[in-house]
Design a protein around this ligand. Structure first.
Ligand code: ATP
Length: 368
């Protein structure tokens, strides 16, 4: 096991800056997930740690050792890719043993290691099969097994579940988490799937356009996103963003007004006529109940009249998309499973204003 430290890593490809100013330190044994939209630089960071890519500038340490000039095979890291490329002519056992054989590990030790790895990944009954006799999920487990068998200091995983179907992906994700708890190997995991990021990570690093947007524990990033990009990236359906103009009467969104909670008036120097982006998550919007308004008072409840455009009943919950008069925004709303709404209905919704986020409309930074 080893900590991994990046200091101001930058990578340019000709005139494209793929990543810039990337600094973080992963403590021994932690599971960190790099997330962000396509092209944000996740794989470039992972490949730089692996030694498959050379940083244009900056320093990389594994343990306390500077790795910039150390070739990939001497870094003691194991990388698993999305296309896990097993050796087709070898059995599962031979695939798992391959890295150890290359390193001339004692045959008896290899046998023991293969048995242990096979047990922890439930591959014992498959050891004599060839890759083409395995399902996708089984092949992926063998690829993981091949990486684990080497007992690397650091595990690097690049979208390892993206070739699996939904059910298998959920199962393998849970297995991966359990495996990490057992082995405690420092892990860096790349994905664009926010569910994988939220469920697997000790810490998430959110990237956009080659730069770090925020680093933190999943729940904390979800609750306190640094900016609009992070806020809308984590959460499904994503957080709603409404452009609003502040007036003395409230936030003006299209043709309707949302009350401004006292705490926001106190904390922010809001100026009439100024524009803000308001953020509210789908789970913090409900169908209007006058009773709540009486209990919580006017100022914590924002009311919006909308027209329902899409209804998605999912059993446990119902997702709707609704349009706001005078605005092109479609509002994502998460309602209970037994709610009956139809396309075309006009609904009065209430926003839980205790859960309101406010972003600077120019920089996108969260200001409340
Ligand atoms: P994805 O999720 O689509 O795999 P990513 O977040 O992993 O994307 P990277 O593959 O790290 O993104 O790429 C970051 C940026 O660097 C992109 O703009 C990409 O086009 C560019 N890039 C990556 N590798 C090269 C290369 N070998 N030559 C030129 N540009 C590259």
């Amino acid at each position: 096991m080893a900590k991994v430290r990046l200091e101001e890593i930058k990578r340019r490809f000709n005139n494209v800056t793929a990543i810039e100013d990337i600094s973080f330190e992963i403590p021994d044994g932690e599971f960190w997930v790099l997330v962000g939209p396509s092209g944000c630089g996740k794989s470039t960071i992972l490949r730089t740690i692996a030694g498959l890519e050379t940083a244009t500038s900056g320093k990389l340490f594994i343990g306390d050792r500077l790795m910039n000039n150390i070739p990939a095979r001497q870094r003691d890291v194991a990388m698993v890719f999305q296309n896990y490329a097993l050796y087709p002519h070898m059995t599962v056992a031979e695939n798992i043993a391959f890295g150890l054989q290359m390193r001339k590990v004692d045959a008896k030790l290899i046998q023991e290691r293969v048995a242990t790895v096979a047990r922890s990944l439930s591959l014992e009954h498959l050891l004599d099969r060839k890759p083409k006799q395995l399902s996708g999920g089984q092949q992926q487990r063998v690829a993981l097994g091949r990486a684990i068998a080497r007992e690397p200091q650091v595990f690097l995983l690049d979208e390892p579940l993206s070739n699996l179907d939904a059910q298998l992906r959920d199962d393998t994700r849970a297995e991966l988490k359990q495996l990490h708890q057992e082995l405690g190997i420092t892990t860096v995991y790349v994905t664009h799937d926010q569910v994988e990021a939220m469920t697997l990570a000790d810490k998430i690093v959110v990237l956009n356009r080659g730069r770090i947007q925020q680093i933190g524990e999943p729940q904390s990033i979800y609750a306190f996103p640094a900016n609009q990009m992070v806020a809308t990236f984590l959460g499904n359906p994503p957080m709603n963003i409404l452009s609003a103009k502040y007036t003395n009467d409230g936030f003006d969104v299209g043709e309707q007004l949302i009350a401004v909670p006292e705490i926001i008036r106190e904390k922010l120097q809001l100026r009439p006529g100024q524009n803000y982006d308001l953020g509210i998550r789908p789970e913090h919007i409900s169908i209007n109940e006058p009773q709540r308004r009486r209990e919580h008072g006017e100022e914590e409840v924002g009311e919006l009249v909308v027209e329902v455009k899409v209804v998605e009943p999912l059993g446990r919950e119902t997702l709707i998309r609704a349009s706001l008069p005078g605005s092109t925004v479609l509002l994502n709303v998460q309602l209970g499973g037994n709610v009956r709404v139809n396309v075309g209905d006009r609904l009065s919704l209430q926003l839980d204003l205790t859960q309101l986020f406010i972003f600077d409309s120019i920089t996108g930074d969260r200001i409340f």
